[in-house]
Design a protein around this ligand. Structure first.
Ligand SMILES: [Zn+2]
Length: 435
């Protein structure tokens, strides 16, 4: 006798739709078949789609920029995530330059994340390292982290990692089975004049900064045989250039993530009233670049939101310098991306994320996997007001496909029909990154 049975659903398994029943034992998926078997609790989901829970590989809850903090805590951010069928997140550690500081940052973040309602893990984050890189990597691995984020820019806040260190980290990624994540913008090509407003974002952070840095780092990957994941790729020009020169390593050594904002908007939105609400880094690009990004979406492996929300009043500033860059969006990403690209969105937000980020128990409706399962009403609908902390969402009023009705985490229903039930998320044990 199974604990729970989810019957009559149209389930998404192996990149295709099938009518099957899913049986759970405790927190795990125990059986999937056409058979009708006995279970203590039977959930009939006739008329609904059944999907694995989504994994957002890129969120910033309680991000402390020194002068301002992103407004979603692990509690409010994860609560909002439930509305969108997101059952796991990967957040980031405070950037550090030494193994001891890394360990301290890890324990601090673990403490904060205890408030999360959904499961979580972290990317370690390195900044202008002043230590033996191998020691840093060994410390990271010993803490159970297998992904390491670095910045090629933000030298002004001392967060930049130089080429020599990047090259060495890529070399080490192969030896120690971890993934290097990189924010790819060429530091020297970024300017921030005191007079710039948000309408100058493309002058401040041109596409060339992203494209040139991406090509350079891809060449390092090819040379070292390491593993690199480029976060929030924003420009179709960058994507086309990578496809042209590095097609052979995309999806095997080089992994690409983009975010809903770059697919759904272009820089013309800055001319609207409240255009300042559409501000993040890298910035929105031209219509042409947006179209190229969409056209080549098949070469992008994952979608992450880069959820980093602020209030309207934080954004409404006279100069660019005063605007915290970042936006929310975790609760609407799945529906928006499904409306845009269909089933491909599901793979890019669940199975593919788990595979690339080393989360072996997550991302699939498969026997032995965590029972992170969502029930979805298959219809077009308009994205409503956000449930996160921020008083706005760029996505309100846009059309989404597939409304999440129920979110189950490890066998427990945590969200159903606009109601959230108490739940404590858990640290996800990651694995060595091997491809
Ligand atoms: Zn980010």
């Amino acid at each position: 006798m199974y604990d729970q049975a989810i019957i009559n659903g149209r389930i998404y398994q192996n990149h295709t739709w099938q009518y099957k029943n899913i049986y759970l034992d405790g927190e795990k998926i125990a059986h999937i078949s056409h058979e009708l078997l006995p279970a203590e609790r039977i959930i009939d989901v006739k008329g609904f789609e059944v999907l694995p829970g989504m994994i957002d590989p890129h969120v910033h809850f309680e991000l402390d920029l020194g002068w301002i903090k992103s407004v979603d805590t692990f509690e409010t951010g994860s609560r909002a995530a439930l509305y969108g069928g997101v059952t796991s997140i990967i957040d980031f550690l405070e950037p550090t330059d030494h193994p001891d500081a890394l360990e301290k940052a890890y324990f601090e973040r673990r403490k904060q994340a205890e408030a999360s309602m959904i499961d979580y893990t972290f990317h370690a984050t390195i900044k202008s390292p002043k230590c033996d890189l191998e020691d840093y990597v060994k410390k990271m691995k010993s803490l159970g982290m297998h992904t390491l984020k670095l910045f090629t820019t933000y030298s002004d806040s001392n967060r930049r990692t130089d080429d020599e260190a990047i090259y060495e980290l890529l070399r080490l990624s192969k030896k120690y089975h971890f993934l290097v994540l990189a924010h790819i913008e060429n530091d020297a090509l970024i300017t921030l004049e005191p007079s710039y407003t948000y309408k100058d974002l493309l002058k401040s952070r041109p596409s060339l900064a992203e494209t040139s840095e991406a090509l350079k780092l891809a060449s390092f990957v090819k040379e070292t045989g390491g593993y690199l994941y480029m976060v929030h790729l924003s420009s179709g020009f960058t994507l086309e250039a990578l496809i042209q020169s590095y097609q052979d390593i995309i999806g095997t050594h080089l992994f690409l993530e983009t975010c809903p904002q770059y697919l759904l908007f272009d820089a013309s939105v800055w001319n609207q009233d409240q255009g300042y609400l559409y501000t993040f880094a890298p910035p929105l690009r031209t219509k042409e670049e947006q179209e190229l990004l969409k056209k080549n979406i098949g070469s992008i492996q994952t979608i992450g939101t880069d959820h980093c929300a602020f209030m309207k009043k934080d954004k409404q500033k006279a100069t660019l310098k005063e605007i915290p860059l970042g936006v929310g969006g975790i609760e609407s990403s799945l529906s928006l991306m499904r409306a845009l690209m269909g089933d491909e969105a599901i793979d890019k937000m669940s199975e593919r994320v788990a595979m690339i980020q080393g989360l072996r128990q997550k991302g699939k409706l498969e026997i032995g996997y965590d029972a992170d399962i969502i029930f979805v009403k298959p219809h077009l609908y308009l994205i409503g007001e956000p449930h996160a902390t921020s008083d706005y969402s760029m996505y309100t009023g846009l059309e989404g496909y597939g409304e999440v009705i129920t979110t189950m985490i490890r066998g427990q229903i945590v969200y159903h029909n606009h109601k959230v039930f108490p739940h404590t998320g858990r640290w996800i044990e990651g694995s060595d990154i091997t491809f």
